[in-house]
Design a protein around this ligand. Sequence first.
Ligand SMILES: Cc1cc2nc3c(=O)[nH]c(=O)nc-3n(C[C@H](O)[C@H](O)[C@H](O)COP(=O)(O)O)c2cc1C
Length: 233
Amino acid sequence: MPEPGLPDIGLFEAIYSARSIRRLKPDPVPEELITRILDAAIRAPSGGNAQSWAFIVVRDPDLRRQLGIIYRKASDIAEAVYAARGRPPHLTERQYARLMATGKYLWDHMGEAPVLILPCSYRPALPRPEALPLHIAAEWEGEVAYAERIRGASIYPAVQNMLLACRALGLGTVITTNHVRCEDEVKALLGIPDEVSTWALMPVGWPIDKFGPLTRRPLNEVIHADHWGAALN
Ligand SMILES: Cc1cc2nc3c(=O)[nH]c(=O)nc-3n(C[C@H](O)[C@H](O)[C@H](O)COP(=O)(O)O)c2cc1C
């Protein structure tokens, strides 16, 4: 049953239509909707149920403007990388043109979204190697590399919950990571401690563009049955 006041949208409808929305109206978003999105975020799984996340909600116009400038700067690098890479073969000309056009729009308009959310997380506390059995302490570098490799996996499920919660509420958003290229500037601007990393910068607002349907590479191209390379059917 949908909750009173919420759009009646099923989970699969949300999954199939939660398109990246980069063009947003400047109209304010009620605080209770932002709380709703964040409350969905913190339902996500995290390694060891550590929940070492933090979410910065930026509404101050001057801070948004400055984050927009940093995002624009970081996007100069993205622009060069995209130009050098060209269209991926699985995207049609139309899909690629839309991606580039809306992506470029956001490069110049990030700061105009009424709300910017930065999902963050603390660096995990690792035990002292001396406290471990010798055979595990001997492999410590590998363990540290493992922890680093999976760090994002404890925040991106929360991000996905936010994408779906926004879709359910009729709000537009998109996961972006460009700002990581200039993360030091973002951290200085928002007073983020050293031990905290930012994983995304998400503009949230009422959409100008329409939701889905989403098209993706077909299942038979991406599924392997039992062994790599074996078709399912
Ligand atoms: C890890 C990751 C990083 C992304 N970074 C950016 C970004 O910096 N800027 C942007 O506009 N979109 C970014 N996107 C959004 C992707 O471009 C988008 O998910 C993809 O094109 C599919 O879009 P669709 O869901 O609308 O079909 C990112 C997505 C992911 C998963």
